[in-house]
Design a binder for this molecule. Structure first.
Ligand code: NAD
Length: 246
């Protein structure tokens, strides 16, 4: 068994999650990727992480399933003898206006983004509480703070993630476990690739720093929050958004 600390990152196969996994791997963490997407993409990411000299385990699992995440976390804790860091990053969008949003589009986004975060905090948090150590970072979004036309489901899920973060922070603090959130703005990934070019340009105009963020910008914030430099921070939200929300 490696002596390295273990970081479980959901949705780490690509985009922001992958950047977080690579950054934590550079800090010496062994990585556990929980992702429900393509196994090929997950395996590519696994090789990249392993090339940094740490281990990378990959489990295909849907974070919205309470039961599947429960048995997966049990298996991981047994194998890795604990989890030091949990990053709840897996997320989806299904954008459309209120008046035409289907029940399914609402339910799916809430299930993955909000319930998925609850599931992981519930199962991993229990083990951290018992061990009296650990650190959790939840990936929210600027739209969880300010709302966004066409993203009622997504912004509600991300606002909910901030509620989970603050409740978790208060509940887990007596055992020394910190829970914080990162709220990215507009970050260049597959999630934002599908947006129309004119929408992207209009968005950039609203960003004081006048550029789209990178997954590494978000990963830097996560690395800070899990480090000892943030040891007196809990229940906070770091906005990584080029100044959109201030
Ligand atoms: P992405 O689509 O590139 O990656 C998301 C990852 O999550 C994928 O690997 C996907 O397979 C995985 N995933 C999706 N559903 C899952 C499920 N049910 N169970 C397990 N894994 C699942 O997206 P991204 O842009 O890298 O976003 C990562 C996180 O950052 C998300 O929570 C997203 O809401 C948030 N975020 C992104 C932006 C942005 O501009 N890209 C802005 C704010 C917040």
């Amino acid at each position: 068994m490696s002596e390295n600390k273990k970081a479980m990152v959901t949705g780490a196969s690509q985009g922001i999650g992958k950047a977080i996994a690579l950054r934590l791997a550079k800090e010496g963490y062994d990585i556990i990727n929980i992702d429900y997407g393509s196994p090929e993409i997950a395996q590519e990411m696994q090789k990249e992480v392993q090339s940094l000299g740490v281990s990378c385990d990959y489990y295909k699992c849907d974070v919205s399933s309470f039961q599947d995440t429960e048995s997966l976390v049990k298996e991981c804790i047994e194998k890795h003898e604990g989890i030091d860091v949990l990053v709840n990053n897996a997320g989806i969008t299904s954008d459309t206006l209120f008046s035409v949003m289907s029940e399914d589009a609402f339910d799916k986004v809430i299930a993955v983004n909000l319930k998925g975060t609850f599931n992981m905090m519930r199962h991993v948090g229990r083990k951290m509480l018992r061990k009296r150590s650990g650190c959790i970072v939840n990936i929210s979004s600027v739209v969880g703070v300010m709302g966004n036309a066409g993203q009622a489901n997504y912004s509600a899920s991300k606002a909910g993630v901030l509620g989970l973060t603050k409740s978790g922070a208060r509940e887990f603090a007596p055992r020394g476990i910190r829970v914080n959130a990162v709220a990215p703005g507009f970050i260049e990934t597959a999630m934002t690739d599908k947006l129309k070019e004119e929408y992207k340009q209009a968005f950039i105009e609203k960003i004081p720093l006048k550029r789209i963020g990178t997954p590494e910008d978000v990963a830097n914030a996560v690395a800070f929050l899990v480090s000892d430099d943030a040891s007196y921070m809990t229940g906070q939200t770091l906005m990584i958004d080029g100044g959109m929300v201030m």
